[in-house]
Design a protein around this ligand. Structure first.
Ligand SMILES: Nc1ncnc2c1ncn2[C@@H]1O[C@H](COP(=O)(O)OP(=O)(O)O)[C@@H](O)[C@H]1O
Ligand SMILES: [Mg+2]
Length: 378
């Protein structure tokens, strides 16, 4: 394939092997539509649920149509070329392992969420092939995906987060032993607790435990997703999110106006159904906060981005709660290095409310990745 002269060739990678395959397709379609055709040549790259990389067939649907979720199924098989000099994708001949044609790529935009997308794995692959890419590098992606190490790094930077315990047992026996969280820890954490797989997303494998009799089953459910399980004290408070973008050029990252997720009465927490299926939440964009509260959220979001060593973008999720004397207290829940990325996603809407339109975000991220290409591996 020959490139269009003068244009930057961007491979937009979407789909992937995680539970968030469909939302990644929607995000990928949105990114491609937002790239200015005068300046960019888009190479769509789909990853099927089973991990095959393809140049999708023309007409690949990337929107949710009549409730049907998009999915990468077929296309021309491609593979990344290991040789960094080649900078690209090889189109694979059917029945042959030999690359039939090379597609040179200037920069990759991996719009992938969750496992094998947001966790440092695809970032490692791209590092090895010498291709610059949008977003956080290997370390920040892996650390932000892991709720234990997110908490450790935030704590080291003096950033607040909730009380918790980590249960680990490589062979999964952790849930068979009713004594795995001792009495003192149970008393300290109190009820309810949130039991979570350490590395997951979309609330998958999480249980809100209101009675210790439910605890072993909750741990088993989380351990089925990840052998490392986090038990968190419940933080009563408002759920606040904030978008962070790297500065254009050099300089400190910028934070968007925050948003609030307000769960409807009777909805205890933002579980999978509440996120994607039910009409369970209202969104205030921007959140109804005082100027001081807004500034505090933005400062903490930027500090969290830096503490986790993020690049390009992140969405930092908080609880805003009350301290012992009724004062505001911010608790960081998690850092997402590739948040939902459609124009109707929280990340884009928070930036739109802050005066930065979707196409500008996309352009800024691609430009930033190209500018960072000269830097050593991350
Ligand atoms: N410690 C906590 N206290 C109160 N609510 C929580 C706590 N942890 C999680 N939740 C609720 O569960 C939801 C999902 O948890 P989260 O850790 O964000 O998982 P995921 O990474 O899957 O999004 C949150 O949005 C919130 O509603
Ligand atoms: Mg979350």
């Amino acid at each position: 394939m020959s490139g269009q002269p003068g244009k930057v060739r961007v491979a937009v990678v979407f789909g992937g092997r995680s539970e968030e395959h469909a939302i990644s397709c929607v995000s990928g379609g949105a990114v491609m539509a937002a790239l200015d055709p005068e300046r960019y040549e888009v190479v769509p790259v789909g990853i099927a649920r089973d991990g095959r990389w393809v140049l999708p067939d023309p007409g690949q649907r990337l929107t949710i149509t009549d409730g049907a979720l998009p999915e990468v199924t077929g296309g021309t098989p491609v593979a990344l070329v290991g040789d960094p000099e080649a900078r690209g994708l090889a189109v694979l001949d059917a029945g042959s392992a030999v690359g039939a044609a090379l597609t040179e790529i200037d920069v990759v935009f991996p719009v992938l969420h969750g496992t094998y997308g947001e966790d440092g794995t695809v970032q490692g692959l791209l590092e090895m092939t010498g291709l610059p890419y949008v977003g956080s590098g290997v370390f920040a992606s892996a650390a932000s995906m892991d709720k234990e190490f997110t908490k450790k790094l935030l704590a080291a930077a003096g950033l607040p987060q909730g009380d918790h315990e980590v249960l680990r047992d490589a062979d999964g026996a952790v849930c068979a032993d009713p004594g795995f969280l001792d009495e003192a820890a149970r008393e300290r954490l109190g009820l309810p607790v949130f039991v979570k797989p350490a590395r997951a997303g979309s609330s998958i494998g999480i249980t809100r435990v209101t009675d210790w009799s439910q605890f072993p089953a909750a741990v088993a459910e989380a351990a089925a997703v990840d052998p490392k399980v986090i038990v968190e004290a419940a933080v009563p408070g408002r759920e606040i999110e904030c978008g962070v973008l790297a500065a254009r050029g050099s300089g400190l990252p910028e934070a968007s106006l925050p948003a609030e997720i307000r769960l409807r009465p009777g909805v205890d927490w933002y579980d999978f159904a509440a996120k994607y299926l039910d009409d369970a939440a209202d969104f205030d964009i921007p959140a109804d906060l005082t100027p001081e509260q807004t500034a505090a959220v933005q400062k903490a979001a930027r500090r969290a981005y830096l503490a986790m060593d993020c690049q390009g973008l992140a969405r930092v999720d908080f609880f805003l709660t009350e301290g012992p004397d009724g004062e505001d207290e911010l608790v960081i829940n998690e850092v997402n290095t590739m948040p939902g990325f459609t124009p109707i996603s929280m990340f884009a809407r928070m930036w739109a409310a802050s005066g930065v339109e979707f196409a500008e975000i996309v352009d800024r991220l691609v430009t930033g990745a190209l500018a960072g290409a000269a830097r050593p591996a991350r």
